[in-house]
Design a protein around this ligand. Structure first.
Ligand code: UGA
Ligand code: MN
Length: 243
């Protein structure tokens, strides 16, 4: 099965560095299709060129966050991007393969991909460097997920991180109304509820959730100013740059 690896990204100083590191990880993975969704209202030609050079089958989507959400106190990061990827999968009627949400700044052990590739419905596994407990993970007893270890339960049915699960596309297609709402902090829970997941159906991976194959790493942000480049330049319709 093909792994559809969905990466939200957004224009900022670190964008090219993050995607270079991630792309060079994904180059090692067989049978992977990379859906990169950029939080931008233009198709960035330079980004497209970067992705093309990895030699990985990919699509670059322009998926700007609606401005009403951008002014919120906690903004729903990456949601517009993931929704665009889900819409693209539906539009192309893809019902075979496995979906995984891999943010552009996370760190992936190559063993993750062999773990998730044979997901029947929804598989889950630990994510390192998350929250106050440094880890977020399902708790497994006799090969079954029975509870969750997460420092921010927030009354969620599935207190898991976006990077902590994978979904079979044939299973997902049975729920045509599946969606991810613009609700910061509750995206995973709402999405998993929208595909009517039951706790006893979850497939624990990574040696019954005792191994960590993905980390929620974050790149330090500096306050150095980002030089604003006009959209015309980024989209390739002009060759001159004006500061
Ligand atoms: C955590 C979770 O790991 C994310 O899965 C979740 O989307 C996010 O919180 C959230 O709900 O806010 P975190 O590291 O705090 O992630 O957030 P970022 O890495 O800054 O953003 C998550 C993804 O959205 C990244 O792939 C990032 O490139 C993208 N993003 C971020 C945008 O597309 N637009 C933005 O304005 C900010
Ligand atoms: Mn992140």
């Amino acid at each position: 099965p093909t792994i559809y690896f969905v990466t939200p990204t957004y224009p900022r100083r670190e964008q090219i560095a993050e995607l270079t590191r991630l792309g060079q990880t994904l180059m090692h993975v067989q049978n992977l299709f990379w859906i990169v969704a950029d939080d931008s209202d233009i198709c960035n030609k330079r980004l497209d060129k970067l992705l093309d050079n990895f030699g990985i089958p990919y699509i670059l989507l322009s998926s700007p966050m609606p401005s009403i959400y951008r002014s919120q106190k906690t903004i729903p990061r990456g949601v517009s991007n993931r929704r665009a990827a889900l819409a693209w999968i539906k539009y192309n009627n893809i019902k075979e393969g496995v979906l995984y949400f891999g943010d552009d700044d996370n760190t992936f052990d190559l063993r993750l991909f062999s773990e998730i590739r044979y997901t029947q419905r929804v598989s889950m596994f630990p994510v390192g460097l998350i929250g106050d407990y440094s880890i977020s993970s399902p708790i497994v007893e006799n090969g079954k997920v029975v509870a969750f270890f997460d420092s921010w339960p927030a009354k969620r049915k599935f207190p898991v991180d976006m990077a902590g699960f994978a979904v079979n596309l044939n299973y997902m297609a049975k729920f045509p109304n599946s969606t991810m709402p613009f609700k910061a902090g509750y995206e995973e829970d709402a999405f998993l509820k929208s595909i009517e997941l039951k706790i006893n159906e979850i497939e624990p991976k990574a040696k019954d959730c005792t191994e960590v194959y993905v980390w929620h790493t974050q790149t330090t942000k500096t306050k150095a100013p980002m030089i604003k480049i006009s959209n015309d330049v980024l989209s390739g319709s002009k060759t001159n740059m004006h500061a």
